[in-house]
Design a protein around this ligand. Structure first.
Ligand code: EPU
Length: 335
């Protein structure tokens, strides 16, 4: 374990923001992390860095979670149970599953980030949320350094939400995630319009896991910027949930407003649509801007500071509130 002094965090966050870490350490085992917790409890954790906006230098010890490894705990004819360590790259893990014919997470292809952070915000895309395949989560309790296990139910998963964002925020360092994936009779989810269209265009009628993953990769590449090319953190805001009555009002004014029903009382409206209507799509503001193909994504054109991007986010929030009377909640962690 070696602590480095004054390093830039630019390559550790997908927004590509350069802030200074006064002290930085990379850990590659649970044991190392436990040793570290014996001497220091005030840690700033960084894993894939795909869901954060860094707006200031970090004075506390930055810990890069780099614990790798995938193990098969058990399997039968129908399913496989895996434990995957937190530092594994999410998309590489998805591809590994597909090459082994393990089904369940193919719709979550190409999501940036690491396995250890996927449960925190319950990553989701194209009709699938990661919570549906998670069996358990292991993590170290910061206060005691003990390894604790959470069942799926204990994580209280919701839309882009879990206890790790709420009651347990800052108290647990996730070290591994358990998954149950199918080996046959896969429950394929192709109902999302864009997937169907992509499969039809390729004349695929009986899609394999790989076909679906390839379709998702093509869709994502056509809409979402690659963080290796343009810094970004995926959806910057959550899709707001509004009441049916508020939605009917909105629909009167904008008959084409897209929506997803959440319950009898509530409707989810795509934030990307609201932001586009408000005129922000594809607009550049100094070193940052709103992506030209998906207005829910804020981008760093090179040298933006976190503060600059945060200011733009606030400007968008104010405009959406003013135009539609809807509050947009930021999905990315603002540091
Ligand atoms: N839309 C617009 N303009 C835009 C963007 C979207 O009008 O600039 C409209 C689309 O035409 C469509 C609707 O909004 O009718 C939904 O758009 P899309 O299918 O792109 O999905 P989204 O609701 O904007 C969510 C997730 C994405 C995920 C996609 C696909 C959230 C916050 N975002 O976006 O997740 O990939 O669905 O399932 O729920 C992420 O979290 O980083 C992320 C990319």
């Amino acid at each position: 374990m070696k602590i480095q002094q004054n390093i830039s965090l630019k390559k550790y966050n997908t927004f590509g923001i350069s802030v200074n870490a006064k002290r930085f350490i990379s850990v590659d085992s649970v044991y190392e992390l436990q040793q570290l917790l014996k001497v220091e409890k005030n840690l700033f954790l960084i894993s894939g860095g795909s869901n954060m906006l860094l707006t200031k230098d970090i004075e506390t010890l930055v810990v890069h979670i780099d614990i790798k490894g995938i193990s098969i705990d058990k399997e039968d004819e129908k399913a496989v149970y895996l434990t995957v360590n937190a530092g594994e790259d999410w998309h590489e893990f998805v591809l590994w599953c597909i090459s082994n014919e393990y089904g369940g997470i193919e719709n979550l292809s190409l999501i940036p980030g690491n396995v250890g952070t996927c449960p925190i915000q319950n990553i989701g895309a194209y009709g699938v949320e990661v919570k549906d395949t998670i069996t358990k989560i292991e993590g170290l309790e910061v206060a005691s350094g003990k390894l604790v296990t959470f069942s799926n139910k204990a994580c209280k998963f919701g839309y882009r939400n879990s206890i790790f964002k709420n009651s347990h925020k800052g108290k647990i360092i996730l070290t591994s995630v358990g998954f149950k994936l199918t080996k046959k009779e896969h429950q394929l989810n192709t109902s999302y319009g864009a997937i169907e269209a992509e499969l039809i265009s390729k004349e695929i009628t009986k899609p394999t896991l790989k076909n679906i993953s390839d379709a998702i990769i093509a869709i994502r590449k056509s809409k979402l910027p690659d963080p290796k090319e343009i810094g970004n953190s995926g959806s910057f805001f959550k899709n707001p949930v509004i009441s049916q009555s508020k939605f009917l009002e909105l629909q009167k004014k904008y008959p084409k407003v897209p929506s997803y029903s959440v319950s009898n009382a509530d409707v989810k409206v795509p934030a990307g649509w609201l932001i586009e209507q408000a005129g922000f799509k594809g607009k550049r503001f100094g070193n940052c801007g709103v992506h030209e193909k998906q207005a829910l994504v804020l981008v760093n054109y090179g040298d933006a500071s976190g503060k600059e991007i945060y200011k733009l986010a606030q400007k968008i929030q104010e405009s959406i509130l003013h135009t539609f009377g809807i509050s947009l909640e930021i999905e990315v962690n603002i540091i």
